[in-house]
Design a binder for this molecule. Structure first.
Ligand SMILES: *[C@@H]1O[C@H](CO)[C@@H](O)[C@H](O)[C@H]1NC(C)=O
Ligand SMILES: *[C@@H]1O[C@H](CO)[C@@H](O)[C@H](O)[C@H]1NC(C)=O
Ligand SMILES: *[C@@H]1O[C@H](CO)[C@@H](O)[C@H](O)[C@H]1NC(C)=O
Ligand SMILES: *[C@@H]1O[C@H](CO)[C@@H](O)[C@H](O)[C@H]1NC(C)=O
Length: 964
């Protein structure tokens, strides 16, 4: 909404700025006699502003040789009295309480748009009887709209939008009858729209949107014949649209969306032939759309979605060349769509979904050359998808789902090469999936062809759609195997191939897709066993469904399958495992049971001999199974890993043993949750840190190959804030990681040691936080590996000699196998791990986000604030609403590390923002947490200085949760 306001206010400001120039060059060039009162008043006001703000007005100084008429933002009239105060976008913080209104009797224009003024708008403004233009929009003014504004008989333009004003709109505004532009949008105003407004016969623009206004739209509005733009959306207005609005024949914008308006749309609105925008979305309106919309060919925007409208599309819209954006979804509109619209050359966006349109899909859509989004889902369209549709070459988004479309998918759809969303699901389409729609450099992100009658196999060419995130081909009659090439779809998040006739085995690649969250392979004829690759990665899989296939063998005990419900794997006769509904896999007890059964059954048949043979064979088989298992473990253990790159691994391994005298205590420089760190100096002089890890509990690494590739990815990581990993060694006795050696010690030490803590000043602390955020952001979002740390704590943030923070121990959690199968082993450092997250299957990057939040609070507060954190994590409901109320009142300045002097200058604002971000990070609802990317971006923004709020800001204020 604010876009048009922004534009209108921009043009106002331009006009004002020009007026200022004119004034400055004409009137003020005459030597002005100093008006002491005005100068003193201006200087007094300046002195009341926040320090930093004062420096933004350097010319406001009697010492300077400039006439005050030439001061920044000031212009005088020909009596050398201040006529204009125009200080838009200056960055001022302060109040109007020290502004002496009575000192400026000649003031005609007063503009403070887009600053940080707070406090109330003083009633004394009513004394400035010459004022015709007030712009206080986009500040933090609170309190009421002063009724004294009504005494400003010359007032023409009043802009108080985007503040925090509350209370009702004063009746008295109706007295200033010259007002033609009234903008009070974006406040917390309540109560009704005052009827006195009918006195404002010049009113052209009335912007009251984004408030909490209630009651009906006054009938009297119909008397304001000059009204051109009526914007009342995003309020709580009730009742019907007044018939009298039909009298407003000059109206170009009628914007009423997101209210609670009901009743039929008055037929009188047919008189509004000049409308450019008609937006009534999200109300409870009934009846027909107004006839004559676009009669004079100027309608650009039509929105009536989410009402109960009936009837046809007005005929006047059929060839509405000006139409750009149309949203009519979720109504009960009807008619033969082939006839409702002609060619619409300007059309960009059209949503007609969830209505009762029938008929064929018109080929004319293809001629609407500017169309980017076309949604006609959930109607009753019939016939083929016309190949001509592809002529709409700007099409990005096409959704024709849930209709009765038949025939094949046109091969040329791809000609609209910008398509990123294609949904043709739930129709009666048949034939093969045309390979042509998967051209290279495809932008396709979402492809949904589910619930059709498609046959043939899944085209290999699908691999060309490298950006694909959601692929749904379920409920068709596709046959053949799952193409191997699918592994190229590295961004795939959801893959649904359920309910087809697919055969062959489940590709092990599917278990390694880095971003796959949802996988549905149910109701097919897949055979073979489930690849062990499933779920032993730091897997992103949240939902998996392999039910009703012919799968056999063990259901893996990996994370992906630990919590899956029975419904997700039932209907596979050959599966075994400890999970519900499955027979255990070849455990000794089963064998004995089987044996007993055999022993009972076989004598019944009367052949003791036979039973002996059976038992014999059985014992033999059992031995072989055990032997085989043992030899597999052997293989794992014999395969020593010498992954130290650019060196001969084996030699380095021996050198390390030698240099540390087989890990003698005297080289030990630290101990962490995962192991002991030794400083290791090679004979060549190279110093490295070797972390000897505790032997892993399970003894074996489940998937050496994927583990090794992860280590390799970590080694290739180049980021200023991530410690360099040189390599990894492992043999049957021990495993160790070889890191770059950093001199600066750990964050934990810095915070614990009094002297170090003093030297670790606010700037260094902010840089540390930013560095850690940047490193995590890189690992989560920017590097190709996308690795989660899982154990961020002050122990493993290390510093180099320049005090740059480096995150260490990426991947260590994986090394120790803690997260592959057994969740109870989770042992993240106490106080940092989001337990709720760790114990649910939700473990993902948000665990790091949470730990980052805790770490940040620790850096700012100097210690791990147990009370604070427990009060936060005890409120594991979806928000912070259950926090103890005392928490809200704690002042930020009181919890900052008191060993340091209070922060000053620029860093103050950074600390406020950083605390706010940290509190958002420790929200236990992962959906409300920001991503590391968002955190990192926010932290890197430059902030204006505003010390004033720092001393009063509370944690409660910083918790300000955004509800969207
Ligand atoms: C205007 O100023 C006078 C004194 O100068 C004061 O008495 C009066 O209340 C003011 N009027 C308003 C509307 O503030
Ligand atoms: C409308 O304006 C007249 C003067 O033009 C004034 O007397 C009257 O009080 C105003 N009505 C309202 C409701 O403000
Ligand atoms: C699906 O296609 C087959 C022929 O390929 C046809 O017999 C069947 O009726 C179609 N089913 C539907 C629901 O259109
Ligand atoms: C998987 O697909 C089948 C068939 O389309 C469907 O019945 C099932 O609900 C889907 N499973 C999940 C978890 O969505």
């Amino acid at each position: 909404m604010s876009y048009s306001q922004a534009i209108s206010s921009l043009s106002m400001h331009l006009a004002a700025a020009m007026a200022l120039l004119v004034l400055a060059s004409s009137s003020c060039s005459t030597t002005a006699s100093l008006s002491n009162d005005e100068v003193a008043a201006l200087l007094r006001w300046k002195a009341s502003l926040q320090n930093q703000s004062q420096s933004l007005l350097p010319s406001w100084d009697v010492g300077s040789n400039q006439s005050y008429c030439n001061w920044t933002g000031i212009a005088c009239d020909n009596t050398s009295s201040v006529a204009y105060i125009i200080l838009n976008n200056v960055g001022l913080t302060g109040t109007l309480l020290s502004f002496s209104f009575s000192s400026f009797p000649h003031l005609v224009r007063f503009e403070l748009h887009n600053n940080s003024f707070y406090g109330s708008v003083p009633a004394q403004i009513g004394n400035l009887s010459r004022l015709y233009y007030i712009d206080f929009s986009k500040n933090h003014f609170t309190g009421k709209v002063p009724s004294e504004l009504g005494s400003l008989r010359n007032l023409q333009c009043l802009y108080l939008s985007d503040n925090k004003l509350s209370g009702t709109i004063p009746q008295e505004l109706g007295i200033s009858t010259l007002v033609w532009d009234l903008q009070l949008s974006g406040n917390n105003l309540t109560g009704p729209i005052p009827t006195s407004i009918l006195n404002l016969t010049n009113l052209t623009n009335l912007y009251l949107f984004s408030n909490q206004l209630s009651g009906p739209i006054p009938q009297e509005l119909g008397l304001l014949r000059s009204l051109k733009k009526l914007r009342l959306p995003l309020n709580n207005l009730v009742g019907s649209i007044p018939h009298s609005l039909g009298n407003l024949s000059s109206l170009t914008e009628l914007v009423l969306f997101n209210n609670r308006l009901s009743g039929p749309i008055p037929s009188e609105l047919a008189n509004l032939t000049h409308l450019q925008a008609f937006l009534i979305n999200n109300n409870k309106l009934t009846g027909h759309l107004p006839q004559n919309l676009c009669l004079d060919g100027s309608l650009t925007t039509l929105g009536a979605s989410k009402n109960n409208l009936t009837g046809n599309i007005p005929k006047s819209l059929r060839n509405c060349n000006s139409l750009i954006r149309v949203r009519l979804e979720n109504n009960r509109l009807e008619g033969n769509l082939q006839e409702e619209f002609g060619v619409l050359p300007s059309l960009d966006y059209m949503d007609l979904s969830y209505n009762r349109f029938r008929g064929k899909l018109s080929e004319k859509w293809g001629l609407s050359k500017n169309l980017t989004k076309l949604v006609i889902s959930n109607n009753q369209l019939t016939g083929n998808i016309p190949p001509d549709l592809a002529a709409a070459t700007k099409l990005h988004f096409l959704d024709l789902s849930s209709n009765h479309l038949v025939g094949e998918i046109p091969k040329n759809l791809r000609e609209s090469g910008l398509l990123f969303h294609l949904n043709l699901s739930n129709n009666e389409l048949s034939g093969n999936i045309p390979t042509e729609i998967f051209g290279t450099q495809s932008r396709l992100q979402n492809l949904d062809l589910a619930a059709n009658n498609l046959t043939g196999s899944i085209p290999r060419e699908i691999a060309n759609c490298e950006n694909l995130q959601n692929l749904n081909l379920g409920e068709n009659r596709l046959a053949g195997g799952i193409p191997f090439e699918i592994e190229k779809l590295q961004f795939l998040q959801s893959l649904d191939l359920g309910d087809n006739n697919l055969m062959g085995e489940i590709l092990s690649q599917l278990g390694k897709m880095p971003r796959l969250e949802k996988l549905n392979l149910s109701h097919n004829m897949l055979s073979g066993s489930i690849p062990s690759s499933f779920g032993d990665q730091p897997t992103s899989l949240i939902s998996i469904d392999i039910s009703y296939n012919n799968l056999k063998g063990p259901l893996p005990n990996t994370k992906a399958f630990v919590d899956v419900p029975y419904e997700a794997y039932r209907g596979n006769n050959g599966l075994c495992g400890n999970q519900k509904g499955l027979i255990p896999c070849s455990s000794p007890e089963v064998r004995t049971k089987t044996k007993l059964v055999l022993l009972v059954v076989v004598p019944l048949v009367g052949t003791l001999f036979l039973s002996l043979i059976v038992v014999g064979i059985f014992q033999f088989l059992r031995k072989r199974v055990i032997l085989k298992a043992e030899s597999e473990i052997q293989v794992v253990q014999n395969e020593n890993l010498f992954e130290i790159w650019s060196y001969d691994g084996k030699i380095v391994y021996e050198n390390i043993i030698e240099a540390t005298e087989d890990f003698n205590e005297k080289y030990c420089i630290g101990r962490g949750g995962y192991g002991t760190v030794y400083k290791t100096k090679f004979s060549s002089g190279l110093v490295v840190a070797v972390k000897k890890t505790h032997p892993s509990q399970d003894g074996n690494l489940v998937d050496l190959k994927s583990f090794r590739s992860e280590i390799r990815a970590l080694r290739e990581t180049q980021h200023r804030n991530i410690i360099k990993l040189y390599g990894f060694c492992s043999d049957s006795r021990r495993s160790f990681l070889v890191y770059e050696f950093l001199k600066g010690g750990s964050l934990e030490n810095k915070l614990r040691n009094e002297e170090e803590a003093l030297r670790f000043d606010w700037h260094k602390r902010m840089n540390t936080i930013k560095g850690v955020a940047s490193g995590l952001c890189y690992m989560h979002h920017e590097c190709s590996c996308s690795v989660i740390h899982r154990d961020i704590s002050s122990k493993n943030i290390l510093f180099d000699s320049e005090c740059v923070a480096h995150i260490s121990d990426f991947g260590t959690a994986r090394l120790l196998n803690l997260h592959s199968s057994n969740w109870t082993l989770f042992a993240g450092t106490f106080g940092y791990a989001a337990l709720e997250l760790a114990y649910t299957m939700e473990v993902n990057a948000k665990l790091d986000v949470y730990s980052f939040g805790i770490l940040t609070l620790e850096v700012l507060m100097g210690k791990n604030q147990c009370d604070l954190i427990s009060s936060l994590s005890s409120s594991c409901s979806s928000s912070f609403s259950s926090l103890p109320s005392t928490f809200y009142g704690i002042l930020l300045k009181d919890v900052l590390d008191n060993r340091l002097p209070p922060p000053e200058d620029q860093v103050v604002e950074e600390i406020v923002i950083t605390t706010k971000l940290a509190l958002a990070c420790v929200n236990t609802d992962p959906h409300l947490q920001p991503s590391m990317k968002q955190v990192s971006v926010e932290l890197s923004k430059l902030r204006p200085f505003s010390e004033s709020s720092f001393h009063t800001i509370t944690l409660g204020q910083l918790l300000d949760i955004n509800c969207i």
